[in-house]
Every structure is written in C-alpha cells, then in structure tokens.
Ligand binder design. Sequence first.
Ligand SMILES: [Zn+2]
Length: 668
Amino acid sequence: MKTKYRHAALFFLLMLLALFGTATIVSAQETGMFVLYKYQKSMGTETYAITKKDGVVNLSTEFQLKFIGSGFSLDTTLKLNEKDLTPLYFETKGMTSTRTRVDAKVEVSEKGTATITNFGEVSTHTPRGRFFTVFQPAPVSPQMMLFRYWKRNKIKNAIPLLPGGSAKIEYLGSDEIGVSGTKWKLKRYAIDGVMWGREIAWFDKDDRLIALVSADAEMDRFEAVREGFGDSLEYFVKTAAGDAVNQLKNISRKIKPIYQDKFALVGGTLVGGTDFATVSDSIILVKNGKILSVGKRSETKVPDDFPVFDATGKTILPGFFDMHAHATQAEWFPASLAAGITTMRDAANELEFIVPIRDAEKSGEITVSPRLILAGYIDSGPSSVGKMKAETPAEARAIVRKYKRAGFEQIKIYHSLKKELIKVVTEEAHKLDMTVTGHIPRGVSIWDAVEDGYDQVNHLGFVFPIMTSRTPGAERNFDPASKAALAGFRFLKENRIVVEPTLARGENSSKVFGDSFSSTEPGVKKAPFEFQALIKSMGVPAESAARRQRGRAFGLQVLKALHEAGIPLVVGTDLVVPGHTEFREIELFVAAGLSPIDAIKAATIVPARAMKVDSKLGTIEEGKLADLAVVDGNPLESISEIRNVRYVIKGGKMFNTGPLWRSVGFQP
Ligand SMILES: [Zn+2]
C-alpha cells in the first residue's frame, strides 16, 4: 500500500476508534507522521500511533524508505507501563536503510528479566533500576518515548538501553520557529547513545518530537521532520550544525596538545622524507606549525629550548589523507584525527553542516579535526542523492559556483547526473580552479566521462569497463592482462586520472547481515555498543555475499594492474568504521600486491598531489606543515602496524590519540 493511503487508513481507523471507543476498547491517544530526509531530500515517511489500554501504552510505527528506486520498510512496536513508561516489550524488524537490517526483540517479564533476541541470538538480562528499550536511529518515534521516559522519571545520568548501550539526554536551548504564521516554541536536546554520536532533537510543549537531525543507519546525513514543519528543515540542519561546531570546540578545549609551538622528535624511523626516503634514527624539529628541519641524529642539533619527544622504536609518517570521507556527524572528526588522518577530503556532505566545521577548523577554534578539503556533490533527476541537483546547464553552473563561493575545492559527480551536464560541470569547475571527481553516472561510459573532463574516479567498480573495448556492444570480459585492458589503462594514464578504489568499503558491503565484521576489521571491537550494532546490521543476504566476495578478490588484481600501469591510486574510506577503515584500506593496497611504501604513498603524497597541496603536505620535509603520524613499530615491515598510531601531529600540535578516541566513545 502506498504510504499516503496507509497513513490515511490508519488515521481513519483511529478516528473511528476515538469516536466509538469505550474504556475497554483501544483509543488512539496520539498519531503523527514524520517526513524522512537524506541530505535534505525527502525519501520516505514514518507514521506512528500511540494507544493506551489496561495500563499499557503502545507505540507502533511504520518507517518507509524509497531511496534510489527500491522501497524498504521497517515495523516497530514498543509497549510501556503507563505509570512511569517503563518498557515491557520492544520489537523492531526490517530495513533501517538501503543496506542495513534489524531483527531485534526485547521482552520484559513480570519479574523484570529481559529476554533479548538479536538476529536469532537469545540472551537474558535483569536491569537494575531504570532502563529503556530502543535500538538504532530508525524509526525515530521510540526516541520520542525515550525522551518522555527520561523527563517523566527526572533522570539525571545515562539511561541503560536494551538490547545494549546507554543514552544521555542534554538540554541545549530553546528555539522559536514560524509555521504558516504561527509561532512555535521548541526545546532542543542532544540525544547521545541511541545512534553513535549526538543526535539533535526538537520537542514541543507536549513533548512531541518535531524534528531530529542525525545520521541514518548507513551513516548518511538524515533528518526527520514532523508533517507541517518541513519549511523549517534548513533551520533545523543549520542549528544542529552549530551544535556540532560547539561540541567540537568543547572537545578541543578539553584535549590539550602534549606539545606545540616547538619540539623535537628524536630517534624515530622517518618514512616519507625528500623523495619519500626513509631515515632511521632521525630528528624532526617542529616550530610554529611547520617542519623546521629534518635529518639524521648524527647530523642534527636540537636547540636547547626545544622539548624532546623520544621516538625510539616508533615510525614517523606524513599525516594521512582520507580521500573519501563523509563526515556526517561531529564524532567523525576526532576519530579520523585519532587514526593519524590529518587531511580529509569530504566527498559529499550537507553544505550547511560541513562548511561551519571547516571554517572553525581553519580558524583554529576546532583543533581535534583533520584539515578539510571539500568536494560538493551534484546530481540530477528523481533518484538524486540529495537536494543539490541540476537539470539544465544553467542550474549545473549555478551549483558549481555556489560550492566555489563556499570555498569547496572540488565537485563530485553522482550517479544520476545527466550525461549532457558532465561537460558543463567540468568546464565550469576547471574555470574556477576546482577539480572534478565522481561516480560514472548511469548510461555514461568511462571513456566519455574522462574525455568530458573528469580528473578523478571514486570506487574501483566504475573503472572496470575500461578493461573492455570502447566499441559499444563489445564483449564485457574483464581481464586486467588483456590488450583491451592495457589500452584502457593507458587511456587513463594519458588523461592523468586518479583512482580512489574504496576497497574496504566494498569489503563491508559484501558481508552478511548480522555478522560482526570484527574478523575483517578488528577496529570494530573498540567501538561502543551502538556502533557495533550498526555495523552488524549492514550487509547483504548470504547468497549475494559469496558472489561479492569473489568480486572483491578480482578487484585486488585490478588494483595491482592499475598500479603497474602507473595510474595514481589514493586511499579513501567512504565511511564504515571511523579511522580504522583508513588502516584497512592501506592493508588492502598491500594485499593487492603494492609494497608497503607504495600503499603509504597512496595515503600521503599521491593524494597531496591529486589535491594540489603537495607543496605543503604529503611528505616530511623542511618548510612543509607539521602534519605527522607517530606509529609504534614499523609498518614497512608489517603493514598492520599502521594501526598503532599513538600520536598525531597536525599543524604542529601533537596529540596523544587515546583521549581523541575516548572523546567519541571508542577504546584507543
Ligand atoms: Zn561516497
């Protein structure tokens, strides 16, 4: 049934019940609908109904997404004790986003024992004291009930949650918005712990949820706005962005650099000096945010007034680039920095969110974030990724110019951009001294895209067709050693195309629903419960997982072939596990057959060149910005030691990575 009709039918039914209901019949206490957005583009609805019967409050919701063609639904029921809203029963089953699925149930017995079923795994838990049942960010109405529970019981501390984790609610302030001439006074809160990171929520005087700005289960920017309040969407997004800036400023005030101004790193193995040379037993002097000098200990003197950091047994690398971030929540910034990422190319975000954070990082008010290089997305048509879409050349140029004015360095073409707009976008971008990266839109050949002006391509899969003949209808037999493939690689090389494969993201997309992913990515075990649950919910059914796994092995061969053909390759994460996916991507470059040093270059100097910042970043050389990662052990000997980033230096500020991880709920 179409959502609209379903909602109407539900409403009608509840009206009937309200009219004819007696004390023994269920009567509708409250109904509502939220419009769901991704990157401020409407992509579904959530309807809810609250009824009361025999001392039990029952919330039922229908959450429906229609994103990129296919539709998904999720049904959730929550039963609460009417007296104090203590949960009695909770069940949620279905798709929470295009690639996440939940199947969880919590049943609380009269004795107070909770039986938890999650993907068929059963456990029991007896909560002591207050608790609530809510799981993941979708649907949003259970969070409204969590809020009412918190308020009703005047809870001061974190609320333990079932199936797991805990939530904190914090009052942030009050906002007044106008809705068709009427003023609404709303109160704004941060909810932390249902979803990894802070969600911003607005409630009215009756504790009805009006809007929620968050990330969805697949970590995209997500907004839920109550029907009738849609005109204030941008206001909600901007206000939540302001809260994110404040949150990052607060963390910046709390986590002080262990060294800044001037200091010396003495005795470490330096990797990535001039010509990317390795220097053992090195001395690096840092002053005023820059590298003052680099050399062998035997040839360098440390000035008396420079504090010394003993780097014996450590490897010092140029700070990493993550070339495919989507920092959709404030927490991504400290987590990325903790992983040694000192420059993040954000490859599509909400302008209203990322720009104020970028500005506060630039001005130095936010220190716990990598530097930001921004790529703004552009798309067309009904299945566009977000609201930045163009149907005409004039609209396309206007969007490119809008990004340029906001200080973006790059445009990212998404999968539905009209073929005839590609050249318009690349020409406008190049004219404004911006580069262009992207997916290859549906129905467009990679040859045409490259000839139309692409500088870079995201995701290895989009490069596969280059291994076949350009002739339409030619056999699509991908063999990286074939003559056609070699000709294709030459074509990419001649056009100086940079490829960013996102192999680790592919690995995550190939896993089975319910799998913890920790055998592939050990970083998962360091994440808080709610993040681990999110990762568990990602994936595909077992049948498709096996096929995708084979595709991944082939991808490694293609990466190696591209490398041998001399095509610049760069490391990018595309979400998954904050920080850790950077390590995994570097490991996979080595698994594909690149040397550890080439894999490290792909995370440092190669992206610095691709983004035209190599005069300041990408190597450890005198005069460059002091952006460094200090690692225990030697990743040149065993690439997984890249995971041991103990200190990170950005702009001459040196941080212990432990507090950075803990500031976003991760174990170091
Ligand atoms: Zn992406």
